[in-house]
Design a protein. Sequence first.
Length: 547
Amino acid sequence: MFKKNPAAKQLSIDDPIFSFPGYVQEMLKNSWAEYFFHNIFSKIDEERFNSLYSTNYSRPNAPVNILVGLLILKELNHLNDEELIASLYFDYRVRYALGIVDFDKERICINTLSNFRKRLYQDSADNNRDLLKEEVKNLTENLVKLTGMDTSLARQDSMMISANAKKMGRLELIYTVNQAVVKLLDQHKLVPGELENYLQKKDKAEQVYRLKKEEVEQRTEFLLKDSLLLYDIVPGHLKDSKAYLNLTRLLEEHTDHLSPKDPKDIQSSSMQNPHEPEATYRVKGKRGHVGYTTNLVEARDRRKGLSMIVHYEKQPNITSDVQFGLNSIKELQGISILANDGAYYSTEMVKEASEKKIELSFSALNGRPPDQDKLPSSQFRIEPETELITACPNGKVPVNAAKKKDCYTAKFDKKDCSACPHLERCIVKEQKRYFMVRITEKQYIADTCRSLFGTERHRALADFRAGVEGVPSVLRRVYGIDKIPVRGLIRSRIWDHGKMMAYNFKSFFQYCRINGVSAPSCSFISIAFQRFIRYFRLNGVTDLKFA
């Protein structure tokens, strides 16, 4: 049963804070715990997670704001689950940051944290949503408002994330998938005699590792025959199992009309390891990667010297930067200028950004370079409202202009074109009565973007964009984003959320300390009030509560 946990706590007269010396209380006030309590913990929206719990009358849930806070503190302080729970019970700063004053009411263990992650995973898998990501976005927006940060200028980059699973060759992959199905059948006493070798301890070494190079192809065919046999004998009540689903996918990706595919014909989206089936294969920078890609958008207020990750997305690593760029443009709010690497460029992204009045800058453009001997199509003037060509590079008005689908066309008088000094370089083509130009929307947008290259503004934005490459470095070195101890896309995302929020909170806290911004604290106890408390304690009064 869902029950809210009030963020505002009542301090007991026995709370340790009343026995701390003044300078210790001052240290606590200036520590990350004070800022975390007021700016993160107190802002967590527990109602967002209401759907994770039963609506029936039952034992109340563990406080959601404490669990979310723990997931962030875990990454902020670089702790594993055991160390996190130990800190919860033995580090007063952690208890203070989470507003805990009575452990008897709020007993939290490792299983409590694990069960909360399971609920988040199941909800995401069932409902195609991410509640924790929504909360992180909301908390980040609160930090932006508190600092008055200007988020109009942002930059974008992506990073490869290794899967937490062994990289397998094709032969080992087929054998491992077969073995999982055989073990499943063995639980129901359904293993045929010719496949019992998969249950032997040393069989994998004999079948996979101790082979000569010329034997690999033949053994691959042999193991795929075992796969086909298993596919036929698995009973109906086991066809929803993970092992059988992996077998079905294996056969679809590695066989063609019951024959093994050539390795060159196997798609990069194919399964790389049955223990992490969502991970994909991609070559980037002449290196092969198995795993995922995370796209990051960092807003930077250069006047305040403050940066925060305002958008991030994790997908299988075959997702292109083009798709990431389009996704981010659709999600971003409060951004006026977005600096990108050239790999993000697409016509769709530019059009979407134009509709949202976001200026895009690309360090370069992919694809075939334009003909330097010809005038770019961007020198033709196109009226945005009518979407018609209204003038050529020489300023002449067309006789006729139209737009059909994604193509602009215009006809110019032969007299105007014949006398034009740019005729030899112009992209118009001579016809019987007119000179005609045909420009695709994709070509026009690309030439318009290229026309900005080399300008002072373009160089400044390109230099600005380069700074975002430090964010993946910090996420790897400081927050260990490459070493998440879980498998699967959805599960790993849950851990990513804590890391992104920790990154933003640390940036916020450093900004506050450098600029002398105090937390809006009302918990710091004055000397006079300490004397008041001491008087009651000396006289045996212990049941007082103070808001």
